[in-house]
Every structure is written in C-alpha cells, then in structure tokens.
Design a protein around this ligand. Structure first.
Ligand code: NAD
Ligand code: DAU
Length: 332
C-alpha cells in the first residue's frame, strides 16, 4: 500500500494515525478533511510535505472523493462528526457526514476496487450495566443510543452491505474512548484539564458513575495499521486496552495530578440518554492479529496529556471561551 487516503486526518485520532503511518511505513498519504471546527492544521504541521498532502474537501462530495480514491491503494475513513453532545443539539451534520459521507466513499471504493478500512466506535453497541460481567464483543447486537452513535451504527451497516452485495474489500474497527494530545477541548478529559489551567472547577455530568474504557490514541493507531495490513476482509475488530474507569475516578485523577483537592469539582446537568458503561473485549484483535497496547499505565498517560495541554495553550486557547459558553448555556 504505497498511497493511502486518510479521511478526517486533521482531527484528533486521524492526525495521530497520519503521524503513525509516516513513522511506521513508507506510504505517501493524502488527507481529505473538510476542516470543520474539530480539525487542526497544526496537528499535521510537523510532517514532511513529500509524504503528506492535505486536500480540503467534503467526504459527501462525490466529485472530490472519486479522483482521490481512484489514486489510492487504500482508504482509511476517520472523518465524522464525533461529539455526542453536539448531536443532541443538531443531528443534521451527523446524518450528512457519518451516513451520506460514508455512502459516498463506499461507492468510490466500489467503483475503483480500493481497499477500505472503516473507523467506528464501541457506542454502536449501546451501553452495559455497571455490574454486568459481559463486555462488548464482535458478536454483540447493535443498539445505539444517541444521534451520533446511531449514525455511526448506520455507517457500519452500510459497509457490511457493500462487502456482501458488491464485494468491497473492507474491514471495520470499533474502538473505545481515546485520550491524548490534540483532542478537542469539547471532550471530557481535555475540557477538565483546560478548566483547571483556567482556575475553573471540573464539571461532572450527573453522579459521575458512567464508565468509559480509555485507550491512548497512539494505541488506536497501531491497532488500525495492524488491521489494515493483516485484517481479514469483511471482518470487524474491536479495539480496547482494558481501561475501564468511571468519570468520577477520572476527574479525581486529573485533580490530583494537577495539584488540587480530589473533591474540587462540580456536578452539572446530565447528558440526555447518557450511556452508562462501555467495555471492550479485544480478544479477537489480540489473538488473531497479535496486537497489544503500549500505553498500559493510565496515570502516566494522563500526566503526559496534562503536560501536553499545558505546553500547547496557544492551540486550544482560541477555542475555549466559545466551548464553555455553549456548555454553560445548557447548565453543563
Ligand atoms: P474529531 O472530531 O476530532 O475529528 C473529525 C475530523 O473529521 C475533523 O478533522 C473534521 O474536520 C473531519 N470531518 C468532519 N466532517 C467531515 C466531512 N464531511 N468531510 C471531510 N472531513 C470531515 O474526531 P475523532 O475523535 O478524531 O474521531 C475520529 C473517528 O474515530 C470518528 O469516526 C469517530 O467516530 C471515531 N472514534 C472516536 C473515538 C474517540 O474517543 N474520539 C473512539 C472510537 C471511534
Ligand atoms: O466510546 C467511544 C466514543 O467516545 C467516541 O465514539 C466518541 O467520538 C467520543 O467523543 C467518546 O464519546 P463520549 O460521549 O464517551 O465522550 P465525551 O468525552 O463526550 O464524554 C466522556 C464521558 O464524560 C461521558 O460519560 C460524558 C462525561 N462528561 C463529558 C463532558 C464533556 C462529563 O462528565 N463532563 C463533561 O464536561
């Protein structure tokens, strides 16, 4: 695979994956990104121009997508509207990008017979009870809760249908919650870190007992590359690093690492339809493809992430006021 098209490659995880490809392969990479509010040119700025080029465009625009796909050996599709809270305010861009955008890419890879990897989320499976010994596996039934997760679930189903009906050479991965550098400050962990830098108390939705299964973005990237290189066509692989923690524990860890009392946070309005718990069983990926995560120590990963946000205030500062104003208007 000499030429790889990465959609959403200017976003949080997509840009991490582009860095990973540059470091681990000889591929030339084209990023197709609409450069929404969530994108960042800075995340790609350090990469060599002879290896990575950026095309600003919409994955739902067939005229843009078709020639880029035709020129690629593989497409890795990260582009999405990604934030649950935004999907509750206005689902429309989620339907357009996550469903129509994926459909547009699938039609192009079908036309040009190009290998396709689809990035998805564990949220397609809905949520688990706190005391349920089960975790999500590739056999778990789809049961999404939010406009965001339902459009991601729909996009996965499109991929499965295009594999079966048209012989598209595709794989799918469903990953748990990512953390690390370059994550937009609308998301839970960077929101609390940047609040504390600003002297503002962290904000926990509801009681804070909701569990998320954290994985470092770098481990997500290594798993995706492994699936791209060795995954079996038509298969789905769950990606997770056994990182279950409730939000209360995570806020307390951030407070402690940033030198504050562990109780210096506020409870705020809960998210509508808030999923209780996600948990991934990644046995298939580990046993069939020999993948393992490198970031096993959540506390060390969090400390490095805090350092990164302290050192990169110039990147997130211009976004902070608008993000907080939107949350405060909802009592969050
Ligand atoms: P992000 O919001 O940080 O980045 C999304 C990127 O997609 C942005 O650069 C944006 O400009 C681009 N984009 C949006 N609409 C587009 C369009 N119509 N055409 C072209 N580009 C467009 O998201 P992220 O957190 O990096 O998530 C990336 C992918 O990983 C998504 O598919 C998401 O569902 C999936 N995922 C995310 C997580 C997580 O914890 N963040 C976990 C599992 C799966
Ligand atoms: O599970 C994978 C998913 O993880 C991805 O598919 C999504 O793209 C990604 O955004 C993430 O979804 P979540 O909704 O779990 O992430 P978020 O960072 O928005 O919230 C994490 C948890 O923290 C969730 O239980 C809500 C809670 N929360 C969030 C914010 C922003 C708070 O308690 N306070 C907050 O201020």
């Amino acid at each position: 695979m000499d030429r790889i098209l990465v959609t959403g490659g200017a976003g949080f995880i997509g840009s991490n994956f582009v860095h990973h490809l540059v470091a681990r392969t000889d591929a030339r990479i084209t990023v197709l990104d609409k450069m929404t509010y969530a994108a960042s040119r800075e995340a790609l700025a350090a990469l060599p121009a002879e290896r990575v080029s950026l095309v600003v465009g919409d994955i739902a625009d067939a005229a843009v997508v078709d020639p880029l796909v035709a020129a690629a050996d593989a497409v890795v599709h990260f582009a999405a509207e990604s934030h649950n809270d935004n999907s509750l305010q206005d689902p429309s861009p989620f339907v357009q990008t996550n469903l129509v955008g994926t459909f547009t890419l699938l039609e192009a890879v079908r036309r040009h017979d190009v290998r396709y990897h689809h990035i998805s989320t564990d949220e397609v499976y809905g949520d688990l009870e706190l005391d349920d010994p089960a975790r999500f596996t590739e056999a778990t039934a789809y049961n999404p809760s939010s406009p965001y997760s339902s459009t991601k679930a729909g996009s996965d189903l499109l991929v499965r249908a295009w594999v079966r009906s048209f012989g598209v050479r595709a794989t799918i991965s469903n990953c748990s919650n990512n953390y690390g550098p370059w994550q937009h400050i609308e998301k839970f962990i960077p929101r609390q870190i940047t609040n504390l830098i600003d002297g503002v108390r962290p904000r926990l939705y509801g009681a804070g007992l909701n569990v998320r299964d954290w994985i470092h973005a770098e481990d997500h990237s290594s798993a995706v590359l492994r699936i791209l290189e060795r995954g079996a066509i038509g298969e789905t692989y769950l990606i997770g690093a056994d990182g279950e923690r409730n939000n209360l524990e995570t806020v307390r860890l951030i407070l402690r690492l940033m030198g504050h009392d562990e109780n210096d946070f506020d409870h705020v309005n809960d998210r509508a339809g808030h999923d209780l718990r996600y948990a991934i069983d990644s046995t298939k990926l580990r046993t069939e493809l020999g993948w393992a995560p490198s970031f096993q120590d959540f506390e060390a990963g969090m400390a490095a992430t805090i350092d990164w946000y302290r050192a990169n205030e110039a990147w997130w500062r211009p976004k902070k006021d608008a993000v907080e104003a939107a949350y405060l208007a909802k009592g969050q």
